[in-house]
Design a protein around this ligand. Structure first.
Ligand SMILES: Nc1ncnc2c1ncn2[C@@H]1O[C@H](COP(=O)(O)OP(=O)(O)OP(=O)(O)O)[C@@H](O)[C@H]1O
Length: 216
């Protein structure tokens, strides 16, 4: 799905970010990207911070029994932002990693934000360290990085959460929105594909159906 919009695979050694409101289809796209990487003979690390990953959904989208596929998926389910940092450290020890997915990169971070400035500074430092580790491990393994992000309100409507740091280090940024059953992906930032390109699709039981691709 993302390949059609990016005119190629998810780039290796950089962060591709997809952001949008709840229930819009971010996890579905993560699963499709994961299945593609496995099809290409790679293992996938899936860091599920919100309990979004469903084995049943993997089964539906792959059309296969999951037992074989699960051998190629390393799932982490951190319950704190610190555990998320620890999960990233573990990837350095894994073999044949083609794609690292963090579904909800700042969900736990946002949950832990509070009114104590010291605590928030610590969380920000941890986010910086996580981004640095992600880039380091992806260079070491020659793997892609796909993260999903929540939205926050801004004067222009909505924008990705996680601040400038995450925006700067995400070399591809894709917005996803929904109107009734139609989803729209828009390429907002990319190093070598046309920004503003968009793709409309539907989520079906057994896959994602592309409706059209256009440039506006
Ligand atoms: N079998 C299915 N057939 C059709 N649509 C489905 C099926 N399974 C899930 N969906 C649709 O997928 C959508 C949820 O997508 P997804 O979980 O990818 O969203 P998300 O953006 O990751 O949400 P969140 O941020 O809350 O985790 C829902 O609209 C749901 O109806």
């Amino acid at each position: 799905m993302l390949e059609e919009l990016l005119n190629g695979n998810i780039e290796k050694k950089t962060i591709t970010q997809i952001y949008g409101p709840p229930g819009v289809g971010k996890t579905n796209i993560c699963i499709i990207s994961m299945l593609k990487a496995i099809e290409n003979g790679k293992n996938v690390v899936y860091i599920d911070t919100e309990g979004s990953l469903s084995i049943e959904r993997i089964k539906q989208l792959s059309g296969k029994d999951c037992d074989e596929l699960l051998k190629n998926i390393i799932i982490y389910e951190p319950s704190s932002f610190e555990e998320q940092s620890e999960a990233l450290e573990k990837i350095f020890l894994l073999e044949n990693v083609g794609l690292i997915i963090i579904d909800g990169i700042v969900s736990l971070y946002r949950l832990e934000l509070c009114d104590k400035i010291n605590e928030n500074t610590k969380l920000n430092r941890m986010l910086g360290k996580q981004i640095s580790n992600l880039l380091k491990v992806s260079r070491q393994k020659n793997s892609g990085i796909l993260i999903t992000n929540q939205v926050k309100d801004s004067i222009n409507g909505i924008e990705p959460a996680g601040g400038r740091l995450l925006e700067y280090w995400s070399k591809s940024i894709i917005k996803i929105e929904k109107s009734e059953s139609i989803r729209k992906l828009t390429l907002e930032k990319h190093r070598h594909a046309k920004e503003g390109e968009n793709l409309r699709f539907k989520i079906l039981q057994n896959g994602l159906e592309i409706i059209n691709k256009s440039y506006q």
